[in-house]
Design a protein around this ligand. Sequence first.
Ligand code: FAD
Length: 399
Amino acid sequence: MNTDTNEFDVLIIGGGLVGGSLALALALAHTPLRVGLVEAQTDEERQASSAGDRALALSRGTVQSLKALGVWEGAAAEAMAIRHIHVSDRGHFGKTRLHADDCGVDALGHVVVARVLENAIQAKLGDTAIVRLCPVRTMGVKAGPERVHATLKQDQDQIHVSARLLVAADGGNSTVRTLLGIERQIRDYGQTAVVTEVTTTKDTLNTAYERFTPSGPLAFLPLERRKCSVVWTLGAEAAEDALRQGEGEFTARLQEAFGYWLGRIAQASRPVGFPLRLIRADRMTDQRVVFIGNAMHQIHPVAGQGFNLGLRDAAILAERIALQVQLQEDIGAPAFLESYALARRRDLERVVRFTDSLVRIFSNEFPPLVLGRNLALTAMDRAPMMKRFLSHQAMGYGG
Ligand SMILES: Cc1cc2nc3c(=O)[nH]c(=O)nc-3n(C[C@H](O)[C@H](O)[C@H](O)COP(=O)(O)OP(=O)(O)OC[C@H]3O[C@@H](n4cnc5c(N)ncnc54)[C@H](O)[C@@H]3O)c2cc1C
């Protein structure tokens, strides 16, 4: 294996939730690989970033993977179990409820604030031999038949590094994708997710609420007994208005959209807006390069699937790299990368299609569609088989 400080076996660009998880998975695989993790943000910038305020709904499968990575113990105390899921269509009759008990499990998933999980991943990385390059930006990537070369920038210094495999985990606006000239497909939903925390007068009883409103979906995710993280999807202009509104006006609008399922709500944090776009890279691989997480697929948060999907990318890639090392084969070989892409394609297509159809079906007030989706929600609520199927999907066993 390489001992030169600038030579790696695997170089991961992007030390966010997915890149960090991949680095941990590789460290736990006990391979002799030298792994580098390049991250542009300092720890202080990450702690201060409002993006870290978003809450993530984690499927049961994701929690199991995080336990295996040793990350869950650092986040569990601040995570809330989801024991019930309540889906409704505002102003219409349809609703469906899913319960952990019906599936014989203690939780359908968990909710945790993204920053808590990021901190747990960073803390765990500190116990490994992963070489962390931070704060470092990626300025250039050039692949050759034997190695891939990257030019990095730290303050005013340029650093030249190389690896046998470069993994791009640098998010929806991936620099690696741009540097390699890989096209991306973008669908702008014309919507913004307004994220905030609220306190409630009624106990959440471990219930996650997904309410479909004419402007888009509204999720209340339980953070504490009387505290929720809200993800309110609004048209871009309505979101701008909401973000400009004073606290009283904003809370009144939110209360009207959600109703009184949890009693009276009061704002507990400043709302933050996330413009929503579906971004898909045209290719999952390039010469000695593979794209994972948001760098490959940034999806609408309506079904809370983005990180769940990205973590499966990381877990499967790590497993395959470890096997390839055991077989003493090249971890950057085109056939190896192609087989990884093939293995991931079905899961990716399924999640993108499911999420995209939810947005389109539930953001529509065309009467036959409204009737159809309400009948479907009511039918689902009365069909144990269908509910078990939905619960299975929510727990992350759909793939
Ligand atoms: C409002 C909202 C709610 C969401 N809710 C859920 C949910 O309930 N459940 C769920 O599963 N998912 C959810 N998601 C999606 C989830 O947040 C993403 O899927 C996840 O953050 C993707 O992680 P990532 O590591 O791929 O990308 P990112 O989190 O974007 O991380 C990319 C990292 O790369 C670094 N980077 C960028 N460029 C460079 C560069 N040139 N050089 C070095 N480093 C670089 C960045 O600093 C960052 O640390 C939600 C998203 C939003 C916006």
